[in-house]
Design a binder for this molecule. Structure first.
Ligand code: FES
Ligand SMILES: [Fe+2]
Length: 423
């Protein structure tokens, strides 16, 4: 459990909060590059860390992220005209470039210099690896972009999606690092075919070992697989909101959970095959909202299965045991339980057990980092040379620490994706 004060610290991410200040020191995945497909295309609304923003791609292919409201009389720039190197408010024509400078003010006399005094809040953006990233922290503290495997592979090897989840970001992170729920929430009896799946089904109380690292946490969950053999699932948690999922096959998965505001987050799902293009069948599954992804109500980022329709739970499917939860889709299974805990769960009331070890450590790391920043410490996990890591899923002889037995598997080496880069 957490005290009410620590729960507030962990979950509140507005500009003047301790956690909000910490999160603003990292690059933020803001939107998919494809959402702004070409220069001068329509702008896109993005809410991040409680701030309403508008993203646009200007005539020179430069991406900008501006305050949603025009500084003149506060009309939304969502309706703006994206033309000739800037976004023009449709109310009185004031126009802003990607840096937030007012470059045209046709409602004032030509001799007026007022436009030189007006700016709009803007955040720097980078368009890298299929994602538009932004940095909302102090200018002189801007770190390098993170090195994450899914951003290093060619477009044909990856599929990313984002959707709104209706709960605080940290509740979703807790689901992402909680390896023990796989044996329950995501259990599907038809799937228990491989040794790994059998271990997941048969040993439902994994032993956790959590190591702190320079980038975040290595979270090992150990299950009995056979006489003297154990199955390790090692999830990587990278500060401040990324997880890498232990793989079941060549296509790998990861997530990010970015606060939209304190009661909603952007749930990012990343699927990628480091060495080969994704197969058509895989892509079709992902696009249809299966696997880690979810189908969205057209024109929105809200999922078709949502809390208003009880995630379309199928009680017969649940009773049959074919899907433990009766809810279709891994992502929707996670959303159902995480959202059902309330938009900001009251952690002072929970009862944690040994299988919650990773969650306890992750909370501590985040709270410690937020308080440390306030005391002048550098936030952890910003050194990109330490970020070349992978999740792992491996059978090991009993008694071998995962840090040793899975060492090679957890390192991201150039040959893991080099063939892809050279394509
Ligand atoms: S409100 Fe935007 S130009 Fe007037
Ligand atoms: Fe899950």
């Amino acid at each position: 459990m957490l005290s009410v004060e620590d729960n507030k610290l962990l979950t509140e991410t507005g500009p003047n909060t301790l956690m909000g200040k910490l999160l603003r020191r990292y690059w933020i995945p803001a939107l998919l590059s494809d959402e702004l497909p070409e220069p001068d295309c329509p702008p896109v609304r993005v809410k991040l860390l409680g701030e309403k923003l508008i993203a646009f791609r200007d005539s020179n292919n430069k991406v900008g992220l501006l305050d949603e409201l025009c500084p003149h009389r506060k009309a939304s720039l969502f309706f703006g005209r994206n033309e000739e190197g800037g976004l023009r408010c449709v109310y009185h024509g004031w126009k802003f470039d990607t840096c937030g400078k007012c470059v045209d003010m046709p409602s004032e006399p030509p001799e007026s210099s007022f436009k030189n005094k007006v700016t709009i809040k803007s955040y720097p953006c980078r368009d890298v690896g299929g994602i538009i990233w932004t940095y909302m922290g102090p200018e002189d503290e801007m770190p390098e972009l993170p090195i994450l495997e899914w951003t290093l592979v060619p477009k044909s090897h990856r599929y990313f999606s984002r959707r709104i989840q209706e709960n605080n970001y940290f509740q979703a992170i807790e689901g992402g690092i909680d390896s023990s729920h796989i044996s329950f929430l995501h259990r599907n009896i038809q799937r228990s075919k491989t040794d790994a799946q059998k271990a997941l089904a048969n040993d439902r109380s994994p032993k956790f070992e959590v190591s702190k690292t320079d980038y975040g946490l290595q979270i090992g969950a150990k299950r009995k697989a056979a006489e003297e053999t154990v199955y390790w699932r090692i999830t990587q948690f990278l500060m401040p909101w990324y997880t890498m999922i232990p793989p079941f096959g060549p296509t790998r998965g990861g997530h990010a959970w970015v606060p939209m505001d304190d009661e909603h987050c952007w749930h990012w799902s990343f699927s990628w095959n480091p060495l080969e293009p994704l197969k058509e069948e895989e892509l079709a599954e992902m696009r249809s909202g299966n696997d880690l992804h979810a189908s969205l109500i057209p024109g929105t980022f809200r999922t078709v299965q949502n809390k208003d329709n009880d995630y379309q739970i199928d009680w017969e499917l649940q009773a049959s045991g074919q899907a433990f939860s009766g809810i279709r889709g891994i992502g929707m299974q996670d959303a159902a339980v995480q959202e059902s805990a309330g938009s900001i769960t009251d952690r002072s009331l929970e009862k944690l057990g040994t299988s919650d070890a990773a969650i306890i450590v992750a909370r501590r790391v985040m709270i410690h980092a937020a308080k440390g920043l306030e005391n002048g410490e550098t936030p952890p996990g910003l050194d990109t040379s330490k970020q070349r890591v992978r999740a792992a899923s491996v059978m090991l002889p009993e008694g071998i620490p995962f840090q040793e037995g899975a060492k090679e598997l957890m390192e991201l080496k150039p040959q893991d994706y080099l063939a892809a880069e050279n394509e």
